[in-house]
Design a protein. Structure first.
Ligand SMILES: *Cc1c(COP(=O)(O)O)cnc(C)c1O
Length: 396
């Protein structure tokens, strides 16, 4: 009987709307890319996708997906351990391990599942998870599903992390430090070299979620482990095929081979959820082949990011220091972030303003995400629009 809950939900929805927190979706009628078309007929430049390497509609990946459909069919109709493992799933897992310099990989339907299914099979109430306060929602959910003791340290704060490691020292059998590779609202990276030193000192494992860093950060885009020169030293890396790596769908956990093998035996989202579809797997293989051949896209992304940051700072904008392709333009005022994003859309620039509770109170901002799909003229148009609207709103 639906009755009472209908009224309750309607009130909840009204409250969300009143608080200005209602999320409505813009409808795009073109493929994802630097230039997109909305269902209003408006053509805009996209600066809010996770399409860091510009691969979302790359001809080579589209072709590989079509070939995968032809050679391996549409769906798997099974989980991996029953009859859902094809040769291409094994190939993709190997290629991911090669990319990160790890021993083995396990695929998931999404990184949300990878993070949701990584802790519970490995850790018990005798163990401790020491997690950065700004870690992604899927890590938080994964931790909740596991009985291990929980410690939270302040974002990238090594003193606080050491404090928590000391606290956990006497009570925990195994310890694991968990961090995002790039924090999505600021674009900052955790000091993985220092985390690695602390991990050695206090005998803890490390897990890093490379969703926003893989393909982006580091000289050749190998992620934060490349940036901090700790490649091959992480115990667990999780990541997504849904951002820089083509923007399709799929997640993975890669790392020490015993860990991956236990996950294959016991990780619930792996055991009880369908296998990745062949077209996605084939495109993934083509993508990692491309990554192995050239760093052209990473180079272009890095030069785009440097160019954009430099021009925006020269124009007087207040920008968070970033080591990724995320550029947070600080406005502090929630309302201003919404007005500015809307005026930028009128100028043909699609960006999103974020405010509490997505970011701390008084820390409202517009987040710009750069891409290798952006050409210099796209960047210039975006910068010009920011300057125009910024002056109008007296931000600069
Ligand atoms: C996007 C993201 C995820 C989720 O990835 P999906 O593959 O889209 O489920 C997990 N962790 C972090 C840090 C992310 O940014």
């Amino acid at each position: 009987m639906y009755g009472n809950i209908k009224d309750h939900l309607s009130t909840e929805l009204a409250n969300i709307e009143e608080a200005g927190l209602f999320k409505s979706e813009r409808v795009i009628i073109s493929p994802q890319g630097a230039e997109i078309e909305l269902n209003t007929g408006q053509k805009v430049l996209n600066f809010c996708a996770n399409n860091y390497l510009g691969l979302s509609n790359h001809p080579r990946l589209v072709q590989a997906a079509k070939e995968g459909l032809d050679s391996h069919g549409f769906g798997m109709s099974s989980v991996r351990f029953i009859c859902g493992t094809q040769d291409i799933h094994k190939t993709l897992e190997r290629k991911i391990a090669e990319f990160f310099g790890t021993e083995d990989t396990i695929l998931y339907a999404a990184c949300f599942d990878a993070n949701g299914g990584v802790f519970e099979p490995l850790l018990t109430a005798d163990d401790a998870i020491i997690s950065d306060t700004l870690n992604h929602a899927s890590i938080i959910d994964g931790v909740r599903l596991c009985k291990a003791q929980r410690y939270r340290y302040k974002n990238s704060d090594m003193e606080d992390l050491e404090e928590k490691l000391k606290e956990a020292q006497s009570v925990a059998r195994f310890k694991i430090i968990v961090t995002d590779g790039v924090f999505s609202m600021d674009g900052n990276t955790p000091p993985l070299d220092k985390i690695n030193e602390l991990a050695k000192k206090y005998d803890a494992m490390i897990m890093v979620d490379e969703c926003h860093s893989a393909g982006v950060v580091g000289e050749t885009g190998r992620g934060v482990t490349e940036l901090f020169n700790v490649r091959g030293e992480m115990d667990i890396i999780t990541g997504t095929l849904g951002k820089a790596f083509g923007g399709g769908i799929g997640g993975f956990t890669t790392g020490k081979k015993e860990i991956i093998e236990i996950l294959r035996q016991r990780s619930r989202p792996y055991l009880f959820s369908n296998s990745l579809l062949p077209s996605v797997v084939s495109a993934g293989i083509a993508m990692f082949d491309m990554m192995a051949e050239t760093t052209e896209l990473q180079d272009k992304l890095h030069s785009n990011t440097d160019y954009f940051m430099e021009k925006m700072m020269a124009a007087g904008f207040d920008i968070k220091p970033t080591r990724s392709a995320i550029c947070a333009i600080m406005l502090y005022d929630a309302k201003l972030s919404q007005v500015m994003a809307s005026k930028l859309l009128d100028e043909g620039i699609y960006v999103i303003g974020f405010y509490f509770p997505v970011v701390p109170k008084g820390q409202a901002r517009i987040r710009v995400q750069l891409s290798a799909a952006h050409e210099r003229e796209h960047l210039d148009k975006c910068i010009d629009a920011f300057i125009k609207v910024g002056k109008e709103l007296e931000v600069i």
